[in-house]
Design a protein around this ligand. Structure first.
Ligand code: DGL
Length: 248
């Protein structure tokens, strides 16, 4: 089984980490559009165009499945990508909604969605959660977390002050959807910020659960061959991959 994984840049590596931990694929081809990152502040049509171009990129390989490991692309461009691809294309937003619904049974629970401006503007999480009966959803763009993660700032004073900036008026939610693939790296800081340790929904774990249950991927591969491609500075992508994929 050979999967393509697409992200705007390096954030999708957190999804790759989950895929590797669960040994779901024999081969993973990762493509990060590092020349045009970030996508999170761009408008819908641009993100759709970039998504379709990513499908074009993967025509160079024979993949069985494409995983859109970017919330901003999953939120705006998934259907358009599915239309032009001749293999299944799955995205982290739908997976995140399913994972939340599997874990949070009380429909009155308060759910905080954090992500890029694009992901929040799309209302994709809100729409998916409301369809499943959840009423108490707050979506908040938190784009400053992206460059912090890219600077390897996963804890400490700077992150604390950005969290205070975004969360100061918010009461502790029952669950936080980490609606950006950069955010798992700061998950423990985000969890620690709120009292009562809210449930944290992680795009990588969510997509693994979706692949296992809905696409019935049950076979395990002892090793996964990784290939990394980037539209700019592939050496940077490889360096970050070495660091993030080996972190505990
Ligand atoms: N990884 C992207 C996401 O999940 C965020 C980075 C970007 O803005 O391109 O939305």
């Amino acid at each position: 089984m050979r999967a393509g994984v697409f992200d705007s840049g390096i954030g999708g590596l957190t999804v790759v980490k989950s895929l590797l931990e669960h040994k779901l694929f024999e081969e993973i081809i990762y493509y990060g559009d590092t020349a045009r990152v970030p996508y999170g502040g761009k408008d819908k049509n641009t993100i759709i165009r970039y998504g379709i171009e990513a499908v074009e990129f993967f025509k160079n390989f024979e993949i069985d499945l494409l995983i859109v490991a970017c919330n901003s692309v999953s939120a705006f461009a998934l259907e358009e990508m599915q239309e032009v691809a001749d293999y299944p294309v799955v995205g982290v937003v739908e997976a995140g909604v399913l994972a939340t619904a599997n874990k949070i049974k009380n429909k009155d629970s308060s759910i905080l969605v954090i992500g890029t401006k694009a992901t929040v503007a799309s209302n994709a999480y809100d729409t998916g959660l409301k369809k499943r009966g959840y009423k108490n959803i707050l979506s908040l763009p938190t784009p400053l977390f992206v460059p912090l993660v890219e600077e390897d700032i996963f804890e400490g004073e700077v992150l604390e002050s950005v969290m205070r900036h975004y969360f100061k008026d918010i009461s502790t939610p029952d669950a936080v959807i980490l609606g950006c693939t950069h955010f798992p790296l700061i998950a423990s800081s985000i969890g620690g910020y709120f009292e009562n340790s809210p449930l944290l929904v992680h795009s990588g774990e969510a997509i693994v659960a979706q692949l296992e249950s809905h696409l019935e991927l049950s076979k395990r591969f002892e090793t996964t061959k990784m290939h990394f491609f980037a539209s700019d500075n592939p050496a940077f992508l490889k360096r970050v991959a070495q660091r993030w994929l080996s972190e505990q």
